[in-house]
Write a protein that binds this ligand. Structure first.
Ligand SMILES: [Fe+2]
Length: 333
């Protein structure tokens, strides 16, 4: 098409070569870009790119600026075929990935102080850097379980990525192990009991529940035999483990409920396909939410935070979970 100067931006002239849609387009485009506009109309390639790029940019903005920060408290129901109290309300928090600049997440966590939970259970990845341990006190103090609060640590508590090495052997060789003493002491000071391959009995209104903490399997710190050593027959066991990859071993050991995180629900999910990456041997369909393995129930939390290297979420919104757990009736000793 031959470009011709004309008064298209005034609306008083219509180029007969253009179809009505193109004529409308010419009316809304300034005269100064007319040449450029005609080039696009005659060669649709840039328009096709725009059609692809604009939605992609929208998804990126949604994932980085909206969904990642759209924290919510979600309630779920779980029925366990094991003895226990009539109902147990668990607040499950996972994968906080706290850093000083995440003020919105800290504000959300502070809003959970009013939640009335029987147990508050944490499944790791509290911090990116242990020197930020004071953030734990700022964010979590006042979140109290009636029968107690318990925690395990995750891979990001134990190491942090070193940027200069990221482009070498991604991802495992780039971590630098770090001392968790300060975060651990901060949590313990707040009454959150940290379980490293050990367990304890909790009296939940007259019903004993065994809480087991498995150290992080992703870093091969798990010792399931040791963690379950004190479990007695017929005890109802709730296991905390950051990475859910050992779910089958725990199901084989008759654990009633496994709470996990680590996967961030895939963090990037596609419609119908679900999670693309989980960094766990768990089947992708089990990367988020409730799954059943025989009598054992597994709940994988999508978590609340993200590592600053990957600041997005798509179709995997951040979540603090209220688990309304019911048990088999008439089983009190
Ligand atoms: Fe995480």
């Amino acid at each position: 098409m031959t470009s011709r100067p004309c008064r298209v931006n005034t609306g008083t002239f219509r180029d007969p070569i253009l179809n009505p849609a193109q004529q409308l387009f010419t009316l809304i485009v300034p005269f100064s870009v007319y040449e450029f506009q005609l080039a696009w109309l005659t060669d649709p390639t840039p328009m096709i790119w725009l059609i692809l790029v604009i939605p992609a940019a929208g998804i990126v903005l949604w994932a980085m600026l909206y969904e990642r920060l759209n924290y919510r408290l979600r309630e779920r129901s779980i029925a366990l075929p094991f003895p226990g109290p009539e109902r147990l309300t668990i607040l499950h928090l996972s994968d906080l990935h706290l850093v000083p600049r995440c003020r919105r997440l800290i504000a959300f966590l502070r809003s959970l102080r009013g939640v009335e939970a029987d147990l508050v259970l944490y499944t790791g990845d509290f911090l990116e850097d242990p020197k930020d341990a004071p953030l734990l006190e700022e964010a979590l103090s006042g979140i109290v379980g009636r029968y107690g609060s318990f925690a395990v640590f995750g891979n990001h508590d134990y190491y942090r990525y070193v940027w200069t090495e990221v482009f070498g052997k991604f991802p495992h060789a780039v971590n630098r192990m770090q001392d968790i003493t300060e975060p651990r002491e901060t949590l313990e000071k707040m009454g959150i009991r940290c379980l490293f391959n050990r367990s304890c009995i909790v009296d939940c209104g007259g019903y004993p529940i065994r809480i087991v903490g498995i150290d992080d399997p992703y870093l091969e710190k798990d010792d399931i035999e040791r963690a379950l050593a004190d479990v007695e027959q017929d005890e109802t066991v709730i296991a905390l483990v950051h990475s859910p990859g050992v779910y089958r071993e725990l199901a084989d050991r008759k654990v009633a409920l496994i709470l996990s995180g680590h996967t961030h629900g895939g963090q990037l999910r596609l419609p119908w396909l679900g999670a693309l990456v989980t960094r766990s041997p768990i089947p992708k369909r089990m990367a988020m939410g409730i799954s059943q393995i025989g009598n054992t129930t597994l709940f994988v939390s999508p978590g609340l935070g993200v590592t600053p290297r990957l600041p997005f979420r798509f179709l995997s919104p951040p979540e603090a979970s209220i688990l309304q757990v019911t048990f088999q009736p008439h089983t009190r000793d």
